[in-house]
Design a binder for this molecule. Structure first.
Ligand SMILES: NC(=O)c1ccc[n+]([C@@H]2O[C@H](COP(=O)([O-])OP(=O)(O)OC[C@H]3O[C@@H](n4cnc5c(N)ncnc54)[C@H](OP(=O)(O)O)[C@@H]3O)[C@@H](O)[C@H]2O)c1
Length: 288
């Protein structure tokens, strides 16, 4: 295993993305963080990734870069595999070359969505979507590194990039209505809480696979309605609809709640309840 110093040199891929932004904000307070965006290195280019990571020689690479959109992945599987799998392989190879450990951001979409109780880290991974399959292949390549972490997160909200919650609230504030799936149950993840927990686990050098979200479960509809309530907006413009009527290319998992068994077993407390995190996030938004 790598010898990691107290103050680490950390490369964060996808640093302009939603989770990347949160990771930079949180990890940058304690460590020397290097933001890697697409303009610094396209992760599908072995040479660009090797040059960028090779010139920094980090102790750790945190890798959230990828294509998280299920419909984009489904409509262009070759591009999805190129970015989410081959891109991850390039990042893994570059980390290996400089002796860095690596933390990969994965997803609840590696599961089939057929369970009726929370998925644990030891549950079988049978992704029904292209996106889920590309992310699972990413996990497999990350596991070839001796010093690695895999954090499976679920629907993300947080500062730095417009997301599902903010878009919905802006519509409500403008007097528009919009539909949200009422039969898609999952966990929700505040990027700043996830980033803080990722840093805590990494600093403790407890390698492995972790489910990571805010505590509790909700439908996307409940999430949107709660956000409206916290923002002081009338939620009646939000219509709960079955996922099948949402007109989306890729059916979403009906049930994708994640149990944070590995975190608890390793002695970490799970992040706070999703309602509390959502309320804090919504207080930071402005709708004028
Ligand atoms: N969003 C969710 O609800 C969710 C749920 C579960 C898991 N996850 C996982 O969490 C991770 C982060 O998600 P996110 O929502 O933060 O995604 P995001 O906002 O789309 O950020 C991903 C970043 O990756 C970058 N990227 C994409 N292709 C690239 C390439 N070829 N070379 C270099 N950079 C590239 C994007 O750059 P550009 O800005 O230039 O496109 C973007 O900044 C993903 O790996 C995703 O699978 C997300």
């Amino acid at each position: 295993m790598n010898d990691i110093p107290e103050i680490m040199k950390i490369v964060i891929t996808g640093a302009a993305g939603l989770l990347g932004h949160g990771l930079v904000m949180v990890m940058g307070k304690r460590h020397e963080v290097f933001r890697l965006t697409r303009s610094d290195a396209d992760i599908t280019s072995t040479e660009q990734v090797r040059a960028a990571i090779g010139s920094i020689k980090p102790d750790l690479v945190v890798h959230p870069a990828g294509i998280p959109d299920l419909d984009i992945c489904e409509s262009d599987p070759a591009e999805a595999f190129l970015v989410n799998y081959h891109g991850t392989r390039n990042v893994v190879d570059a980390a290996r070359e400089v002796g860095a450990s690596l933390a990969y951001i994965s997803t609840d979409a590696v599961f089939d969505g057929k369970k009726t109780e929370p998925y644990t880290e030891s549950d079988a991974t049978i992704p029904p979507t292209v996106y889920g399959r590309t992310k699972l292949r990413g996990e497999q390549i990350v596991k070839t590194l001796p010093a690695h972490w895999i954090f499976r997160v679920s629907v993300l909200f947080g500062p730095g990039k417009t997301n599902f919650i903010e878009k919905g609230l802006k519509k409500l504030a403008a007097g528009e209505s919009y539909p949200v799936a009422s039969d898609q149950i999952g966990s929700a993840t505040y990027t700043l809480d996830a980033a803080a927990k990722i840093m805590e686990v990494i600093e403790a050098r407890k390698y492995g696979l972790y489910h990571l979200s805010n505590d509790g479960a909700c439908s996307r509809y409940e999430l949107a309605v709660k956000a409206a309530e916290y923002a002081g907006l009338d939620p009646k413009g939000i219509t709960g609809k079955p996922d099948a009527e949402m007109g989306r290319r890729t059916p979403r998992l009906r049930y994708a709640v994640m149990a944070m068994a590995a975190l608890t077993q390793a002695g970490f407390s799970p992040p706070r309840r999703w309602e509390e995190a959502l309320a804090e996030y919504v207080r930071t938004l402005r709708f004028e």
